[in-house]
Write a protein that binds this ligand. Structure first.
Ligand code: HEC
Ligand code: HEC
Length: 316
């Protein structure tokens, strides 16, 4: 096991609002993020799926909790400052709305007003932070504290950013990879600057397989789980274009967030590049054959590796 350094609070992002940057709120958010007492059965915390050592995801193809496999691959929270809508299908338009999902759904944390009150009033750190905050009730406080923590841990340091700032130079391999990414390989058409995502939805991923779908809401009844397709954006919006389309993920931290895609169907970056190189598997999709040589594929991967948070890359 190598060395992993976690919380780097020396940097801050300019778009944060003052309250979100307050240290007391971030500390409360951290306490809550790791607290299993938030859940109805004291078994599950946000950190059960968003594991710091695994780049704030879980390493599973699809999330696994209380012995059940959920519908989708766990997104890392290291990129939350880079999106305007949240989840693989963009169904939450604010981070607050996003956090409400896992917090109150029985299949994830399954918290409630009563559980939250009990926790906040019995924990000095949380109680003091609640009093300092402008939140009108404990639920609103918990959501804004979790939001503050998620934004605080977002990635700020990468080789790519250091390169942009003129502090380091790229190797020839990384430079060629960057040129391919923005040129011949057409990646930047969707993974566009500055965040390597256009925030839009595309039909890119592999074959479609039926999976066990979770019933939304508060049911934990196994008989409510049924087999079906994940329609992605099609669950949120009408029209053919939305069916099976998923949000373009930011490519920051790709070296630490495998397996890839909304269903974790690609295990390695080599697999992903091969997939794009053959023009994908969907005949009517937006991808086409790229004609990349093996050398060029390696160059693209070298460039992709510069996008990962240096605080999370394990040494040795
Ligand atoms: C059971 C595992 C699990 C738990 C527990 C969990 N999450 Fe998640 N989280 C996921 C999965 C899976 C997704 C992607 C779901 C989707 O797209 O439908 C996700 C998505 C997210 C996102 C969206 C990121 C993006 O790029 O859009 C954020 C933020 C997040 N979770 C924060 C939290 C917080 C805060 C908690 C605790 C209140 C939490 N999660 C608890 C599995 C989990
Ligand atoms: C037509 C738009 C489009 C193009 C072009 C494109 N991507 Fe993607 N990319 C997406 C979408 C959408 C997803 C998520 C698909 C899904 O989960 O169903 C994705 C997923 C990925 C992932 C998985 C990330 C994760 O965290 O799971 C990687 C890596 C990736 N793309 C790299 C690339 C590279 C490298 C190229 C160029 C060779 C490229 N993409 C070209 C839209 C695109």
């Amino acid at each position: 096991m190598g060395l992993v350094i976690f919380y780097n609070t020396a940097f801050s992002t300019s778009e944060d609002i003052t309250d979100v940057k307050s240290t007391f709120l971030i500390n409360a958010g951290k306490e809550l993020f790791f607290s299993k007492e938030l859940s109805y059965d004291s078994q599950v915390a946000c950190s059960s799926c968003h594991i710091p050592e695994k780049g704030f995801q879980d390493g599973y193809e699809r999330a696994l909790i209380r012995g059940k496999v959920l519908s989708r691959n766990t997104l890392s929270i290291l990129n939350v400052n880079r999106y305007l809508n949240y989840f693989w299908d963009g169904r939450a338009v604010s981070l607050e709305k996003q956090i409400e999902g896992p917090l109150f759904q029985k299949i994830e944390i399954g918290s409630s007003k009563e559980i939250i009150n009990k926790l906040v009033f019995s924990n000095t750190l949380l109680f003091n932070a609640f009093n300092l905050s402008k939140a009108e009730n404990t639920q609103a406080f918990v959501i804004s504290a979790l939001k503050a923590y998620c934004i605080d841990v977002s990635t700020k340091t990468t080789r790519y950013n250091q390169f942009l700032d003129g502090n380091i130079s790229f190797t020839n391999q990384e430079l060629s990879g960057m040129e391919l990414f923005f040129g011949k390989a057409n990646c930047s058409n969707c993974h566009s600057l500055p965040n390597f995502t256009d925030g839009k939805f595309h039909k890119v991923n592999k074959y479609r397989r039926k999976i066990i779908l979770q019933s939304p809401g508060n049911s934990t009844n196994v008989s409510d789980l049924k087999l079906g397709y994940d329609y992605g954006r099609g669950n949120v919006e009408n029209g053919r274009d939305a069916l099976f389309a998923f949000r373009t993920p930011s490519l920051f931290n790709v070296s630490i967030t495998s397996p890839y895609m909304h269903d974790g169907s690609h295990r390695t970056l080599d697999e992903v590049i091969d997939y794009y190189n053959r023009g994908g598997d969907i005949k009517t999709g937006p991808l086409y054959r790229l004609g990349l040589t093996n050398k060029e594929k390696k160059q693209i991967i070298s460039f992709l590796l510069t996008l990962s948070d240096s605080n999370y890359i394990k040494s040795q």
